[in-house]
Design a protein around this ligand. Structure first.
Ligand SMILES: NC(=O)c1ccc[n+]([C@@H]2O[C@H](COP(=O)([O-])OP(=O)(O)OC[C@H]3O[C@@H](n4cnc5c(N)ncnc54)[C@H](O)[C@@H]3O)[C@@H](O)[C@H]2O)c1
Length: 333
C-alpha cells in the first residue's frame, strides 16, 4: 500500500478533528498545515510536527501532498477546491460545499475533470442512528415513510459573530443558521426523504438583528416526490445547544431521535434501537461524532481507487435545500 500525504487549510475551531482523524490513519501523514493567522498555523505545526505556511498555493505544486482538507470559512471553499482539484489533489471540504450554487457547480465540474476526488463533510450521515434510519427506510422494515420532522435549537451569541471576521455576513458565510448550523439536519432530511418537489419556508432574525446580516431562525415545509412531508425548525436563539431532535413516522412505527438516542415506537411500546458513542476527543457533542468515520472512509476510497459516495453531487443537495428556503422566504411562495 502506498502512503498518502495530507494538508489542512484553516487551523480554527474544526481543524483539530481533522488533524486527529488523519493522524490515526495508518499510511497517511499530515505534512502541511496552512493558515493566514501565522500563530495558529505555527501552533498546529508544532502539535503535529509538520510544515507550516500561510499560503495555500504552496500546496498546488507540492508532489508530496495528495489530499487537502478545507477547514476554511465558507466563501473560500469553492475557490480553493477548484484550484486544488485542477492540480490533481483530492479535496475534502467542510460543509457547506460553497456559499452559492454556481460556485458549488464549478467545484463539481472541476472534480469531474480532476484525477482527484471531492468529498464533503456531512459527518452526521455516519452516526449509527442515521444509518439505522436510512436502512429502515430503504428496506421498508416499518412500511412506507409518511412524514418526518427535524428540530435544531442552538445558541450562538453576539460574541460568536463579533469575534469572527466571516460569520454573520451573506458574502462570507452565505447565510446564517440555515447554511451553517442546521445544514446537517437539512442534509439528513433530504437524504432520508429523497427527491424534493416543493419547499415553502421562512427565515427571520429574531434576536441578533443588530449584530448579523443573516437569519438566526428558520422554518420550512418540505414535500418529497414520494408524498413524504418534512417539517423543519431551526434557530440559533435558544440559550442552550440542545441535541437535534428528529422524528420519522412510518406506516408501522415511529423512530424518534432524542439526546442522540434512537427509539422505536411500535405496537404501543417504545424500545431503544440505537445509542450514541460518546468520545471526548471528537469535538462538541452537538456537532455529532462522525468526523473520524467520515475521514477514514474518504481515505479508504482513495486508497482503493473507489469513488467516494459523499461527493460534490451529494454535498450540493443540502445547499440546494438551504437556497430553496431562502428563495421561498424572499418570495413568500
Ligand atoms: N462539520 C461540522 O460539524 C463543523 C463544525 C464547525 C465548523 N465547521 C466548518 O468548518 C469550516 C471552518 O469553520 P471554523 O469554525 O473552524 O472557522 P474558524 O474561523 O474557527 O477557522 C477558520 C480558519 O481559517 C483560516 N483562514 C481564513 N482564510 C484563510 C486563507 N485564505 N488561507 C488559510 N487559512 C485561512 C482562519 O485564519 C481561521 O483560523 C467552516 O466551513 C465551518 O462551517 C464544520
Amino acid at each position: 500500500m502506498t502512503t498518502l500525504g495530507a494538508a489542512i487549510i484553516g487551523c480554527g475551531a474544526i481543524y483539530p478533528l481533522h488533524a486527529k482523524a488523519i493522524s490515526a490513519i495508518t499510511d497517511v501523514n499530515l505534512l502541511t498545515v496552512v493558515d493566514i493567522d501565522v500563530d495558529k498555523a505555527k501552533q498546529a505545526g508544532i502539535e503535529y510536527a509538520c510544515h507550516v505556511t500561510d499560503d495555500y498555493r504552496e500546496i498546488l505544486n507540492d508532489n508530496h501532498i495528495d489530499v487537502v482538507h478545507l477547514c476554511t470559512p465558507h466563501y473560500l471553499h469553492a475557490e480553493m477546491a477548484v484550484e486544488l482539484l485542477h492540480a490533481g489533489k483530492h479535496v475534502l471540504t467542510e460543509k457547506p460545499i460553497a456559499v452559492d450554487l454556481p460556485s458549488a457547480k464549478l467545484m463539481l465540474d472541476a472534480a469531474v475533470k480532476s484525477s482527484g476526488q471531492l468529498g464533503v463533510v456531512f459527518q452526521n450521515r455516519y452516526n449509527d442512528a442515521s444509518i439505522y434510519i436510512k436502512k429502515t427506510i430503504d428496506s421498508g422494515a416499518l412500511g412506507k415513510l409518511l412524514c418526518m420532522k427535524g428540530i435544531v435549537t442552538w445558541h450562538r451569541n453576539e460574541s460568536y459573530y463579533r469575534d469572527s471576521n466571516w460569520r454573520g455576513r451573506w458574502s462570507t458565510e452565505g447565510g446564517g443558521v440555515l447554511i451553517n448550523q442546521t445544514i446537517h439536519s437539512l442534509d439528513l432530511l433530504q437524504w432520508f426523504g429523497g427527491e424534493i418537489t416543493s419547499v415553502k419556508g421562512s427565515v427571520t432574525t429574531d434576536v441578533l438583528d443588530d449584530v448579523i446580516e443573516v437569519e438566526d431562525t428558520a422554518h420550512a415545509c418540505i414535500d418529497f416526490a414520494n408524498n413524504v412531508r418534512g417539517l423543519f425548525y431551526g434557530t440559533n436563539t435558544y440559550l442552550e445547544n440542545s441535541p437535534v431532535e428528529l422524528e420519522l413516522v412510518f406506516e408501522e412505527g415511529t423512530l424518534t431521535l432524542r439526546r442522540d438516542y434512537l427509539y422505536l415506537w411500535k405496537d404501543g411500546k417504545e424500545s431503544l434501537v440505537c445509542q450514541p458513542i460518546f468520545s471526548p476527543t471528537e469535538g462538541k457533542s452537538y456537532w455529532g461524532t462522525g468526523h473520524k468515520r467520515l475521514i477514514e472512509d474518504f481515505y479508504d476510497h482513495i486508497f482503493s481507487g473507489r469513488k467516494f459516495w459523499l461527493d460534490g453531487s451529494e454535498g450540493i443537495k443540502a445547499l440546494e435545500l438551504v437556497k430553496a428556503i431562502y428563495s421561498s422566504s424572499q418570495r413568500n411562495k
